[in-house]
Design a protein. Structure first.
Length: 256
């Protein structure tokens, strides 16, 4: 099932996090990053026909329509099927979307479903690797994280650094910031404070500022999606009373 496809639930230094830290991040920070896909597309027979005919863009748009219930009943399994069709049809945004989905789901499962988590990271690595073949910069950053942690791929600090460097060179601010850290701490490369300063300066020039209003809207949406995921997937023994109460409040609000 395609779950929380558009969320970055971890920072890029110190992964993997455990569920408790993810919950903390969601409930008290609430920052999310959207994948390069249109989440507002409405289902239509014409869109479905185009997707059936093999149009990769329409296939990804149809996946999003099913995922968000836009004009049709929400169905994560069908959304995943169409996203895979789009990715297999060389839609690089679909490849990245799948990588984000599987890695997020794997991360959330890491505390209570070890095998499911491993399987998810392997799937994520596969689609990130496909996206990297198409020069997708954000996928390079995500795949770098997997090589750094050894999730879904053999642990390889050198490969992690090479991917990180390429992502930074292609203009990804998060990659610039992490590359600064790598040079500063000697992670996968010899310590070089001059280069660390260079990448830090470049990051400061390119980082994206998020307004308070955008942050509030994003945090509310992300919190709801996380609570729904926890309710559907996490063992009851792993859920605190506070989180259980918030899940019930969310359900009551949606049933009004």
């Amino acid at each position: 099932m395609l779950i929380l496809e558009n969320l970055i639930l971890y920072n890029h230094i110190g992964k993997p996090m455990k569920i408790l830290k993810i919950i903390f991040t969601f409930l008290f920070v609430g920052i999310s990053t959207m994948a390069n896909s249109n989440t507002n597309v409405i289902y239509s027979p014409e869109l479905h026909a185009k997707a059936q005919a093999g149009d990769a863009v329409s296939q990804l748009e149809l996946a999003n329509a099913y995922l968000y219930g836009n004009g049709i009943e929400e169905d994560g399994d069908i959304a995943e099927e169409w996203a895979i069709k789009a990715a297999e049809n060389d839609n690089v945004d679909a490849m990245y979307l799948l990588g984000e989905s599987y890695s997020t789901d794997a991360l959330l499962r890491s505390d209570f479903d070890e095998e499911g988590s491993k399987e998810g990271f392997i799937k994520a690595a596969k689609w990130y690797q496909e996206a990297v073949k198409h020069n997708h910069a954000e996928a390079m950053l995500e795949l770098s994280d997997l090589y750094e942690s050894g999730d879904g791929v053999p642990k390889d600090e050198k490969q992690a650094f090479l991917l990180l460097e390429k992502a930074a060179t292609l203009g990804v601010p998060q990659a610039m910031n992490k590359l600064r850290y790598a040079y500063e701490k000697g992670m996968g490369v010899e310590t070089d404070l001059e280069k660390a300063t260079y990448w830090n300066d470049l990051y400061e020039k390119n980082k994206v500022e998020i307004s308070r209003e955008e942050l509030i809207v994003s945090a509310k949406k992300d919190k709801e999606m996380l609570l729904e995921w926890i309710d559907e997937n996490a063992p009851e023994s792993e859920i605190s009373n506070n989180i259980k109460q918030q899940i019930q409040e969310l359900k009551s609000e949606k049933n009004k």
